[in-house]
Design a protein around this ligand. Structure first.
Ligand code: IMP
Ligand code: MG
Length: 419
């Protein structure tokens, strides 16, 4: 069977966790392929709310194998905390969670380096989640990284050598730190990590495919945070786009099946960087309050703005999206009118192509559609959709040229309408 991929088409926080959880009944394996504990995938069901950071969102349904792929970076301390919280709420993971030996480890010093680099950037800071993501991927690419498989032999020696290098870098920054206490937590986490199945995940996943099992690859962050195609340098340090599923799991492009592209009915962004349709008015406050747009990892208020079809067409193209999933439409229930950005004006020129630099010069070109002014949160089927909402769906499908197959009208698993 082919591997289906689910990914975010905006700047993250589109609601991937909820949708993976909704889709998992159809799959036997759920795999994360990039990112790390910078992610916060929120799931709500039976009046409980969970936030997953490194662990795939398939763990809430029995009988599934969950895989952390080679493209992911893992912080053992945060991993341990996440596992223990899940176990405390009755979700046993030990036989259902496998970890790639080729996944890279986030060391305590990577977290310190993340902080040091950010403070040195001053006003140009990226607004990272401070989890050591950038420095860990930097070490991976510069061939200085440590991998999960390294814990099996002479680990202390390799660890000490890596930390010595990091200390030399840290010494160049005016920066105080307490490595000892971080290390204690980290090594306790490492013991926890070692109790899981550490596997050659590329062989495992290809065997699964060959044996006809269905696999869902779960993306983290969003396509506009991709290190190649996002709003560089205000991006994360991994390939969040569909191609990342190939490198982050070891599967061939031939083996990709459906590509589910998930987007919100509006836009948000957390951290710095361009955001052409950003709003600073009461509409933004309404989106933030009603949509509870606060970072699930850092608690930061998210920046909010109108939906941006220039950006969406771009990420649909890069990812080869075959089905769209629209989230949080209920957040717009009270709006009189909905704005949809269909083009950018840059230096007096109109374009529908996402530019090299999506900076402040951009003037969005909006189409205004009437709002539906109806509470949609209890709706169970598309037959109940208000006329104005159907008009918005048709407009989006025509512009984006991909069908919208799922509409989410609230955070709960039950508030999901399949079309
Ligand atoms: P980093 O991934 O921690 O290096 O952060 C780089 C940028 O990506 C910052 O703007 C973060 O706010 C953003 N970012 C990282 N992970 C997520 C996520 O899961 N959702 C939304 N934004 C994220
Ligand atoms: Mg999130």
């Amino acid at each position: 069977m082919k591997v289906d991929v689910l990914l975010g088409l905006q700047w993250g926080d589109e609601g991937k966790g909820k949708i993976v959880d909704v889709l998992t009944p159809n799959y036997q394996v759920v795999a994360r392929f990039q990112g790390g504990p910078n992610a916060g995938h929120t799931l709500e069901f039976e009046s409980q709310k969970y936030v997953l950071r490194s662990i795939p969102s398939g763990i809430f349904q029995g009988g599934k194998i969950n895989l952390i792929g080679n493209g992911v970076v893992i912080d053992p301390a945060l991993f341990k905390a996440e596992v223990e919280a899940l176990e405390a709420s009755g979700h046993k993971l030990i036989d259902r969670l496998y970890i790639s030996k080729k996944a890279h480890l986030i060391l305590p010093t990577h977290r310190l380096l993340d902080d040091a680099y950010e403070s040195a950037k001053g006003n140009d800071k990226i607004g990272t989640t401070g989890k050591g993501i950038g420095p860990t991927y930097t070490d991976k690419v510069s061939r200085n990284g440590l991998r999960v498989g390294d814990v099996l032999h002479n680990f202390q020696e390799k660890y000490d050598a890596a930390v010595e290098k990091h200390k030399l870098i840290l010494a160049q920054y005016d920066f105080e730190y307490d490595l000892k206490s971080l290390e204690e937590e980290w090594f306790a986490g490492l013991e926890k990590l070692k109790s899981f199945k550490l596997i050659d995940s590329e062989h495992f996943i290809n065997n699964q495919i060959r044996e006809g099992r269905s696999v869902l690859a779960e993306g983290a962050q969003g396509s506009l945070l991709d290190v190649d195609f996002g709003t560089y340098p205000f991006v994360t340090s991994s390939n969040t786009v569909c191609a990342g599923a190939c490198t982050g799991l070891g599967i061939s492009p031939h083996n990709i099946g459906e590509v589910f592209g998930i987007f919100k009915a509006y836009c948000t962004r957390v951290g710095s960087g361009p955001f052409p349709t950003e709003l600073f008015d009461a509409d933004a406050d309404e989106m933030r309050n009603k949509g509870n747009e606060y970072g699930s990892v850092t608690g930061r208020p998210r920046r909010c703005g109108w939906i941006d079809l220039v950006a969406l067409k771009y990420t649909i193209m890069i990812n080869g999206v075959t089905q769209l999933i629209m989230m949080k439409s209920d957040v717009l229930d009270a709006f009189d009118t909905i704005n949809v950005c269909v083009a950018y004006n840059i230096d007096g020129k109109r374009t529908e192509e996402f530019p090299f630099e999506a900076n402040e010069e951009i003037q969005p070109d909006y189409v205004e559609l009437p709002g539906w002014k109806t509470d949609m949160t209890a709706m169970q089927s598309e037959d109940e959709f208000p006329e104005e909402f159907n008009a918005l769906l048709s407009f989006l499908e025509e512009e984006l040229e991909v069908p919208i197959k799922i509409v989410s009208v609230g955070p709960d698993r039950a508030q999901t309408i399949i079309r």
